[in-house]
Ligand binder design. Sequence first.
Ligand code: TXA
Ligand code: MG
Length: 320
Amino acid sequence: MTGKDVKKAAELLSKGKLVAIPTETVYGLAACIDNNEAILSIFHAKNRPAFDPLIVHIADLNWLDFLVSEIPEKAKRFMEVVWPGPVTLLFRKSDQVSDLVTSGNPTVAIRFPSHPMSLEMLRLLGKPVAAPSANPFGYVSPTEAAHVENQLGEKVSYILDGGPCRVGLESTIVSFVNEPVEVLRLGGMSLETLEKYLGEKPVLKISTHSNPQAPGQLDKHYATSASLILSDDIIEDFLENRQKLVGLISFQNGYPDLAFAHREVLSPDGNADEAASRLFAAMRRLDESGVEVILAERFPDEGLGRAINDRLHRASHRKP
Ligand code: TXA
Ligand code: MG
């Protein structure tokens, strides 16, 4: 069931149910941090492998004391600037955090989202929730309540509808576990902005392969059902695929001379933030349109364009 009842969402969570919650990045599938059975049901609902750890969502910096064993000074300054916002921080975990949440890792990923409905809900609940993106494992993340309803419907007790997600890409994951600071996933905060707030250049540790350090960074993530080609030459790739029904995701150019069966032009004005907020919904519409192949134009590698390219690159890995 979908609705805007924050109190109901908190009550269901406290009873051990799964609730989808809006954040500024993507919708999350939440369970109470202290309920192992509920945490396990997240993995079942998403068909997610147990080795892929969950992000813990907080609504109060004081909740960190319970979750984290130590916070470096540098991280304290950083979090005060970037939170609430589209950034997840990795710390050494405390003994209180269940191994189910962290998949046995000695670290815990924590995020303070900025969506007012979820913050209100978390404050009513009075404790953190663990929440991965609310999509079946391997598929595109949901950026609207209806996306969750369509794919996880009966597996979720309630979907808290906070409207379309403002940012539209998952959070940027930054690890303070080692020196220097590492970026494990590109996301809703651009590297440029991150660097400005951090005051130093983080090391990029973004893997395109299965990586035990960031197990979610697997191949075939964020994938559409139709096969997607990340293209450096849309015209050439269109001609190569013209026997098929071809769809387009592009930044500004709609390629009016090519007979695409479905077009998704993400930002005619050339604004990468706007493009990011529209990306996942566009990928879903392309799948629904029944195209066989999706040609995705490579974005300029700056700002959120970098994270968009990362998602398109992962989506372009073929399903087995
Ligand atoms: O924006 C977001 O981050 C969204 C919203 C709902 O908050 N959440 C999200 O969660 O994208 P998920 O589960 O789809 O991706 C989280 C990724 C995991 O796949 C994993 O790579 C990484 O975070 N992660 C979580 N805990 C970790 C840990 N202890 N060590 C390394 N990576 C971790
Ligand atoms: Mg996910």
